[in-house]
Design a protein around this ligand. Sequence first.
Ligand SMILES: C[S@@+](CC[C@H](N)C(=O)[O-])C[C@H]1O[C@@H](n2cnc3c(N)ncnc32)[C@H](O)[C@@H]1O
Length: 360
Amino acid sequence: MGPGGSHGWPAPSPRAWPSTAAVVPETLCVLASKQCVRLAFCFDCSNARCRPSSSLVAKPTVQGGDSMLKEEVRKHWEKETCGTRYGSAENRRVYFDELSAARYTLEPHIQTFADFPASKGKSVLEIGVGAGADFLNWCVHAGHATGLDLTQSAVDLTRERLILNSVPTSRYALFAADAEDLPFDNGVFDLVYSWGTLHHTPDTERSLAEAFRVLKPGGTIKLMVYHAQSWTGLYLYLRFGVARGRLRASTRELIGQHLESPGTKAYLPQEIEALLRLVGFSDISAYTQLGPSDLLRVARSEKYESALYRFIWGVYPRWLVRLAGHRYGLYLLVRAGKGAGRPARDQGDDALTPTSEEWA
Ligand SMILES: C[S@@+](CC[C@H](N)C(=O)[O-])C[C@H]1O[C@@H](n2cnc3c(N)ncnc32)[C@H](O)[C@@H]1O
Protein backbone atom coordinates (compact mmCIF):
# COMPACT_ATOMS: atom_id res chain seq x y z
CA MET A 1 0.00 0.00 0.00
CA GLY A 2 1.26 3.39 -0.74
CA PRO A 3 -0.02 6.91 -0.72
CA GLY A 4 -0.82 8.67 -3.92
CA GLY A 5 -2.58 6.85 -6.71
CA SER A 6 -5.04 7.61 -9.39
CA HIS A 7 -7.78 9.41 -7.44
CA GLY A 8 -6.33 12.85 -6.86
CA TRP A 9 -5.76 11.80 -3.25
CA PRO A 10 -4.43 14.66 -1.10
CA ALA A 11 -0.70 14.20 -1.01
CA PRO A 12 0.10 12.55 2.31
CA SER A 13 3.78 11.97 1.58
CA PRO A 14 5.26 13.67 4.65
CA ARG A 15 3.27 11.37 6.87
CA ALA A 16 3.06 8.31 4.66
CA TRP A 17 3.16 5.11 6.61
CA PRO A 18 6.56 3.45 6.69
CA SER A 19 6.81 -0.31 6.84
CA THR A 20 5.95 -1.67 10.28
CA ALA A 21 9.42 -3.14 10.48
CA ALA A 22 10.78 0.37 10.45
CA VAL A 23 8.42 1.46 13.21
CA VAL A 24 9.06 -1.41 15.58
CA PRO A 25 12.37 -3.02 14.75
CA GLU A 26 12.38 -6.64 15.84
CA THR A 27 15.39 -5.99 18.00
CA LEU A 28 13.17 -3.82 20.18
CA CYS A 29 10.77 -6.66 20.85
CA VAL A 30 11.51 -8.13 24.20
CA LEU A 31 11.66 -11.93 23.97
CA ALA A 32 10.23 -11.68 20.47
CA SER A 33 11.06 -15.26 19.65
CA LYS A 34 9.06 -16.58 22.60
CA GLN A 35 6.28 -14.78 24.38
CA CYS A 36 6.67 -11.05 24.15
CA VAL A 37 5.98 -9.20 27.39
CA ARG A 38 4.50 -6.41 25.30
CA LEU A 39 5.60 -3.34 27.09
CA ALA A 40 3.96 -0.05 26.23
CA PHE A 41 6.57 0.88 23.66
CA CYS A 42 5.66 -2.18 21.63
CA PHE A 43 2.39 -0.43 20.78
CA ASP A 44 0.95 -3.78 19.76
CA CYS A 45 3.47 -4.37 17.06
CA SER A 46 2.65 -6.58 14.12
CA ASN A 47 5.45 -9.05 14.68
CA ALA A 48 3.50 -12.28 14.28
CA ARG A 49 5.84 -14.10 16.64
CA CYS A 50 5.08 -11.94 19.63
CA ARG A 51 1.53 -10.92 18.86
CA PRO A 52 -0.91 -12.74 21.10
CA SER A 53 -3.40 -14.82 19.19
CA SER A 54 -6.41 -12.71 20.08
CA SER A 55 -4.87 -9.29 19.68
CA LEU A 56 -6.35 -8.27 16.34
CA VAL A 57 -9.96 -8.16 17.38
CA ALA A 58 -10.63 -6.23 20.55
CA LYS A 59 -12.43 -8.24 23.14
CA PRO A 60 -15.89 -6.84 23.71
CA THR A 61 -16.97 -6.42 27.29
CA VAL A 62 -20.32 -7.83 26.29
CA GLN A 63 -20.78 -11.55 25.88
CA GLY A 64 -23.41 -13.15 23.68
CA GLY A 65 -22.53 -12.38 20.10
CA ASP A 66 -22.63 -9.56 17.66
CA SER A 67 -26.27 -8.58 18.10
CA MET A 68 -25.89 -8.00 21.84
CA LEU A 69 -22.70 -6.09 21.29
CA LYS A 70 -24.34 -3.99 18.60
CA GLU A 71 -27.16 -3.18 21.00
CA GLU A 72 -24.55 -2.01 23.52
CA VAL A 73 -22.91 0.10 20.82
CA ARG A 74 -26.27 1.61 19.92
CA LYS A 75 -27.11 2.36 23.56
CA HIS A 76 -23.73 4.01 24.04
CA TRP A 77 -24.27 6.41 21.14
CA GLU A 78 -27.94 7.01 21.91
CA LYS A 79 -26.85 8.37 25.30
CA GLU A 80 -24.61 11.05 23.82
CA THR A 81 -24.24 11.72 20.12
CA CYS A 82 -20.67 12.14 19.03
CA GLY A 83 -19.31 15.68 19.21
CA THR A 84 -22.33 17.26 20.91
CA ARG A 85 -20.23 18.30 23.91
CA TYR A 86 -18.66 21.10 21.96
CA GLY A 87 -21.59 23.50 21.91
CA SER A 88 -23.47 25.39 24.61
CA ALA A 89 -25.65 28.03 22.90
CA GLU A 90 -29.37 27.87 23.58
CA ASN A 91 -30.19 28.95 20.06
CA ARG A 92 -30.11 25.67 18.13
CA ARG A 93 -28.77 27.09 14.90
CA VAL A 94 -25.91 28.75 16.81
CA TYR A 95 -25.39 25.54 18.77
CA PHE A 96 -24.91 23.49 15.59
CA ASP A 97 -22.57 26.15 14.22
CA GLU A 98 -20.53 25.85 17.42
CA LEU A 99 -20.28 22.07 16.94
CA SER A 100 -19.05 22.49 13.37
CA ALA A 101 -16.60 25.24 14.30
CA ALA A 102 -15.10 23.09 17.08
CA ARG A 103 -14.95 20.03 14.82
CA TYR A 104 -13.15 21.69 11.95
CA THR A 105 -10.86 23.68 14.23
CA LEU A 106 -9.78 20.60 16.18
CA GLU A 107 -9.75 18.38 13.10
CA PRO A 108 -9.00 20.49 10.02
CA HIS A 109 -7.77 17.33 8.26
CA ILE A 110 -11.41 16.17 7.90
CA GLN A 111 -12.10 18.77 5.24
CA THR A 112 -8.93 17.93 3.34
CA PHE A 113 -9.70 14.24 3.50
CA ALA A 114 -13.39 14.42 2.66
CA ASP A 115 -12.89 17.05 -0.05
CA PHE A 116 -16.57 17.99 -0.03
CA PRO A 117 -16.46 20.26 -3.13
CA ALA A 118 -15.14 17.36 -5.25
CA SER A 119 -18.44 15.53 -4.71
CA LYS A 120 -20.29 17.93 -7.05
CA GLY A 121 -22.85 15.99 -9.09
CA LYS A 122 -22.09 12.74 -7.25
CA SER A 123 -24.23 10.43 -5.23
CA VAL A 124 -22.75 10.15 -1.73
CA LEU A 125 -23.54 7.82 1.16
CA GLU A 126 -22.33 8.73 4.65
CA ILE A 127 -22.36 5.89 7.17
CA GLY A 128 -22.52 7.09 10.79
CA VAL A 129 -23.58 10.73 10.48
CA GLY A 130 -23.35 11.50 14.22
CA ALA A 131 -24.40 15.13 14.79
CA GLY A 132 -24.33 15.78 11.04
CA ALA A 133 -21.53 18.34 10.52
CA ASP A 134 -20.04 16.44 7.59
CA PHE A 135 -23.45 15.40 6.32
CA LEU A 136 -24.48 19.05 6.00
CA ASN A 137 -21.42 19.55 3.79
CA TRP A 138 -22.32 16.56 1.61
CA CYS A 139 -25.83 17.99 1.23
CA VAL A 140 -24.41 21.35 0.17
CA HIS A 141 -21.85 20.00 -2.30
CA ALA A 142 -22.90 16.57 -3.61
CA GLY A 143 -25.48 15.88 -6.31
CA HIS A 144 -27.42 13.90 -3.71
CA ALA A 145 -26.52 12.79 -0.18
CA THR A 146 -27.79 9.80 1.75
CA GLY A 147 -26.98 9.53 5.44
CA LEU A 148 -27.56 6.90 8.05
CA ASP A 149 -26.71 6.09 11.61
CA LEU A 150 -27.44 3.24 13.97
CA THR A 151 -29.03 5.65 16.43
CA GLN A 152 -32.25 7.58 16.07
CA SER A 153 -30.78 10.42 18.17
CA ALA A 154 -28.04 11.06 15.58
CA VAL A 155 -30.57 10.98 12.74
CA ASP A 156 -32.89 13.39 14.59
CA LEU A 157 -30.06 15.81 15.39
CA THR A 158 -28.78 15.73 11.83
CA ARG A 159 -32.26 16.31 10.44
CA GLU A 160 -32.75 19.25 12.80
CA ARG A 161 -29.45 20.72 11.63
CA LEU A 162 -30.44 20.37 7.97
CA ILE A 163 -33.83 21.97 8.55
CA LEU A 164 -32.24 24.89 10.44
CA ASN A 165 -29.88 25.32 7.49
CA SER A 166 -32.80 25.27 5.02
CA VAL A 167 -31.46 22.32 3.05
CA PRO A 168 -34.19 21.22 0.61
CA THR A 169 -35.38 17.68 1.31
CA SER A 170 -34.82 16.84 -2.36
CA ARG A 171 -31.07 16.99 -1.72
CA TYR A 172 -30.89 14.21 0.82
CA ALA A 173 -32.24 11.04 2.38
CA LEU A 174 -31.58 10.32 6.03
CA PHE A 175 -32.56 7.44 8.28
CA ALA A 176 -31.57 5.01 10.99
CA ALA A 177 -29.96 1.89 9.54
CA ASP A 178 -27.16 -0.56 10.15
CA ALA A 179 -23.83 -0.34 8.30
CA GLU A 180 -23.74 -4.15 8.26
CA ASP A 181 -27.01 -4.40 6.38
CA LEU A 182 -27.37 -1.45 4.06
CA PRO A 183 -30.92 -0.97 2.72
CA PHE A 184 -29.83 -0.13 -0.84
CA ASP A 185 -29.57 -1.87 -4.19
CA ASN A 186 -26.20 -2.80 -5.58
CA GLY A 187 -24.10 -0.16 -7.31
CA VAL A 188 -25.95 3.07 -6.50
CA PHE A 189 -23.33 5.42 -4.93
CA ASP A 190 -20.28 7.15 -6.36
CA LEU A 191 -18.76 7.70 -2.93
CA VAL A 192 -19.15 6.00 0.45
CA TYR A 193 -17.78 8.07 3.32
CA SER A 194 -17.51 7.02 6.93
CA TRP A 195 -15.64 8.90 9.64
CA GLY A 196 -14.89 7.10 12.90
CA THR A 197 -17.73 4.61 12.61
CA LEU A 198 -16.86 1.23 11.11
CA HIS A 199 -14.45 0.30 13.92
CA HIS A 200 -17.45 0.50 16.30
CA THR A 201 -19.67 -1.98 14.51
CA PRO A 202 -19.10 -5.60 15.61
CA ASP A 203 -18.59 -7.00 12.10
CA THR A 204 -16.41 -4.43 10.37
CA GLU A 205 -15.63 -6.77 7.48
CA ARG A 206 -19.34 -7.15 6.74
CA SER A 207 -19.85 -3.38 6.77
CA LEU A 208 -16.97 -2.97 4.29
CA ALA A 209 -18.46 -5.68 2.07
CA GLU A 210 -21.78 -3.80 2.19
CA ALA A 211 -20.05 -0.54 1.26
CA PHE A 212 -18.41 -2.33 -1.66
CA ARG A 213 -21.75 -3.74 -2.79
CA VAL A 214 -23.60 -0.41 -2.86
CA LEU A 215 -20.79 1.44 -4.67
CA LYS A 216 -20.94 1.84 -8.42
CA PRO A 217 -18.06 0.24 -10.32
CA GLY A 218 -15.38 2.91 -10.34
CA GLY A 219 -16.69 4.32 -7.05
CA THR A 220 -14.62 5.26 -4.02
CA ILE A 221 -14.72 4.64 -0.30
CA LYS A 222 -13.15 7.08 2.17
CA LEU A 223 -13.03 6.11 5.77
CA MET A 224 -11.35 6.83 9.04
CA VAL A 225 -10.78 3.98 11.46
CA TYR A 226 -8.65 3.92 14.57
CA HIS A 227 -5.00 3.12 14.29
CA ALA A 228 -3.56 0.41 16.54
CA GLN A 229 -0.33 2.29 17.30
CA SER A 230 -1.22 5.67 18.73
CA TRP A 231 -0.56 8.09 21.55
CA THR A 232 -4.15 7.56 22.58
CA GLY A 233 -3.47 3.81 22.84
CA LEU A 234 -0.38 4.51 24.94
CA TYR A 235 -2.41 6.80 27.17
CA LEU A 236 -5.05 4.08 27.65
CA TYR A 237 -2.29 1.61 28.44
CA LEU A 238 -0.92 3.90 31.16
CA ARG A 239 -4.34 4.75 32.54
CA PHE A 240 -6.05 1.34 32.43
CA GLY A 241 -3.06 -1.02 32.09
CA VAL A 242 -0.18 0.28 34.20
CA ALA A 243 -2.28 2.19 36.75
CA ARG A 244 -4.42 -0.91 37.35
CA GLY A 245 -1.55 -3.38 37.41
CA ARG A 246 -2.56 -4.89 34.06
CA LEU A 247 0.86 -4.57 32.45
CA ARG A 248 0.18 -7.35 29.97
CA ALA A 249 -3.07 -5.88 28.68
CA SER A 250 -2.73 -4.98 25.03
CA THR A 251 -3.65 -1.54 23.79
CA ARG A 252 -6.16 -3.18 21.43
CA GLU A 253 -7.90 -4.80 24.36
CA LEU A 254 -7.93 -1.50 26.24
CA ILE A 255 -9.22 0.35 23.18
CA GLY A 256 -12.01 -2.26 23.01
CA GLN A 257 -12.86 -1.71 26.64
CA HIS A 258 -12.34 2.01 27.14
CA LEU A 259 -12.40 3.96 23.89
CA GLU A 260 -15.99 5.07 23.36
CA SER A 261 -18.50 2.26 22.75
CA PRO A 262 -17.67 -1.32 23.82
CA GLY A 263 -15.68 -3.46 21.38
CA THR A 264 -14.01 -0.60 19.47
CA LYS A 265 -11.30 -1.97 17.16
CA ALA A 266 -8.06 -0.51 15.90
CA TYR A 267 -6.01 -1.47 12.85
CA LEU A 268 -2.58 -1.32 11.39
CA PRO A 269 -2.56 0.06 7.84
CA GLN A 270 -1.77 -3.37 6.41
CA GLU A 271 -4.66 -4.92 8.34
CA ILE A 272 -7.30 -2.54 7.04
CA GLU A 273 -5.81 -2.94 3.58
CA ALA A 274 -6.16 -6.73 3.86
CA LEU A 275 -9.80 -6.38 4.93
CA LEU A 276 -10.56 -4.01 2.07
CA ARG A 277 -8.90 -6.30 -0.45
CA LEU A 278 -10.76 -9.26 0.95
CA VAL A 279 -14.13 -7.67 0.16
CA GLY A 280 -13.00 -6.57 -3.30
CA PHE A 281 -11.49 -3.07 -3.04
CA SER A 282 -8.34 -2.11 -4.90
CA ASP A 283 -6.22 1.01 -5.31
CA ILE A 284 -5.91 1.32 -1.54
CA SER A 285 -3.98 4.05 0.21
CA ALA A 286 -3.77 5.01 3.86
CA TYR A 287 -2.01 7.40 6.16
CA THR A 288 -2.07 8.18 9.85
CA GLN A 289 -3.02 11.46 11.45
CA LEU A 290 -2.88 12.85 14.97
CA GLY A 291 -6.34 13.36 16.41
CA PRO A 292 -7.52 15.56 19.27
CA SER A 293 -7.26 12.69 21.77
CA ASP A 294 -3.56 12.16 20.90
CA LEU A 295 -3.05 15.79 21.85
CA LEU A 296 -5.46 15.68 24.82
CA ARG A 297 -7.51 18.35 23.13
CA VAL A 298 -10.82 16.60 23.63
CA ALA A 299 -13.52 18.13 25.83
CA ARG A 300 -13.37 16.18 29.10
CA SER A 301 -16.33 14.03 30.03
CA GLU A 302 -17.55 13.98 33.65
CA LYS A 303 -15.25 11.12 34.65
CA TYR A 304 -12.24 13.27 33.68
CA GLU A 305 -13.28 16.34 35.66
CA SER A 306 -11.14 15.76 38.77
CA ALA A 307 -8.18 17.99 39.73
CA LEU A 308 -5.77 15.20 38.73
CA TYR A 309 -7.08 15.16 35.17
CA ARG A 310 -7.13 18.94 34.97
CA PHE A 311 -3.46 18.83 35.99
CA ILE A 312 -2.62 16.15 33.39
CA TRP A 313 -4.45 18.13 30.69
CA GLY A 314 -2.45 21.19 31.79
CA VAL A 315 1.05 19.68 31.71
CA TYR A 316 0.62 17.28 28.78
CA PRO A 317 3.56 17.85 26.41
CA ARG A 318 1.58 18.53 23.24
CA TRP A 319 4.61 20.10 21.60
CA LEU A 320 6.48 16.80 21.97
CA VAL A 321 3.66 14.78 20.44
CA ARG A 322 3.44 17.25 17.54
CA LEU A 323 7.19 17.10 17.11
CA ALA A 324 7.01 13.34 16.64
CA GLY A 325 4.64 13.88 13.70
CA HIS A 326 1.61 11.90 12.64
CA ARG A 327 3.11 8.43 12.69
CA TYR A 328 1.43 7.51 15.98
CA GLY A 329 -1.82 9.32 15.35
CA LEU A 330 -5.07 7.63 16.33
CA TYR A 331 -6.61 8.23 12.96
CA LEU A 332 -6.02 5.93 10.03
CA LEU A 333 -7.36 7.63 6.92
CA VAL A 334 -8.07 5.20 4.15
CA ARG A 335 -9.20 5.48 0.58
CA ALA A 336 -9.96 2.63 -1.82
CA GLY A 337 -11.67 2.09 -5.13
CA LYS A 338 -14.16 -0.36 -6.56
CA GLY A 339 -12.68 -1.51 -9.81
CA ALA A 340 -14.68 -3.07 -12.59
CA GLY A 341 -13.61 -6.62 -11.61
CA ARG A 342 -15.35 -9.07 -9.29
CA PRO A 343 -14.58 -9.17 -5.55
CA ALA A 344 -11.44 -11.07 -4.62
CA ARG A 345 -13.52 -13.57 -2.70
CA ASP A 346 -15.51 -14.54 -5.83
CA GLN A 347 -12.27 -14.97 -7.72
CA GLY A 348 -11.06 -17.47 -5.12
CA ASP A 349 -7.95 -15.38 -4.56
CA ASP A 350 -6.56 -16.98 -1.42
CA ALA A 351 -3.43 -14.90 -1.67
CA LEU A 352 -5.42 -11.91 -0.43
CA THR A 353 -6.90 -13.76 2.51
CA PRO A 354 -4.89 -13.18 5.67
CA THR A 355 -3.35 -16.34 7.04
CA SER A 356 -4.69 -17.73 10.28
CA GLU A 357 -1.44 -16.70 11.92
CA GLU A 358 -1.95 -13.09 10.82
CA TRP A 359 -5.58 -12.94 11.90
CA ALA A 360 -5.82 -15.48 14.69
C1 LIG B 1 -17.59 8.24 16.86
S1 LIG B 1 -19.21 8.51 16.23
C2 LIG B 1 -18.82 9.28 14.68
C3 LIG B 1 -19.96 10.07 14.14
C4 LIG B 1 -19.58 11.04 13.03
N1 LIG B 1 -19.12 10.36 11.85
C5 LIG B 1 -18.54 12.01 13.55
O1 LIG B 1 -17.42 11.98 13.08
O2 LIG B 1 -18.87 12.79 14.45
C6 LIG B 1 -19.67 6.86 15.74
C7 LIG B 1 -21.06 6.78 15.11
O3 LIG B 1 -21.19 5.50 14.49
C8 LIG B 1 -22.51 5.07 14.63
N2 LIG B 1 -22.54 3.62 14.43
C9 LIG B 1 -21.96 2.66 15.16
N3 LIG B 1 -22.23 1.44 14.65
C10 LIG B 1 -22.97 1.65 13.54
C11 LIG B 1 -23.57 0.79 12.60
N4 LIG B 1 -23.47 -0.54 12.66
N5 LIG B 1 -24.29 1.34 11.59
C12 LIG B 1 -24.44 2.68 11.49
N6 LIG B 1 -23.89 3.55 12.37
C13 LIG B 1 -23.17 3.04 13.39
C14 LIG B 1 -22.86 5.51 16.05
O4 LIG B 1 -24.24 5.54 16.28
C15 LIG B 1 -22.20 6.88 16.12
O5 LIG B 1 -23.08 7.91 15.73
